[in-house]
Design a protein around this ligand. Structure first.
Ligand code: ZN
Length: 47
């Protein structure tokens, strides 16, 4: 039960996973593009 998946696109994460802080949470994504998507999505929610 310890598998990690990208928070944006749901693909499996490997050693290249990127940590993204969303408010109080830290999630992991597979690439910079997904990190940007998540940041934009959370920015929209906040405003
Ligand atoms: Zn991804």
């Amino acid at each position: 039960m310890n598998e990690k998946t990208c928070a944006a696109c749901d693909c499996e994460l490997d050693a290249t996973a990127i940590q993204v802080r969303i408010g109080a949470n830290v999630v992991e994504v597979c690439c910079d593009e997904c990190a940007t998507k998540l940041r934009e999505a959370s920015a929209k929610k906040a405003s």
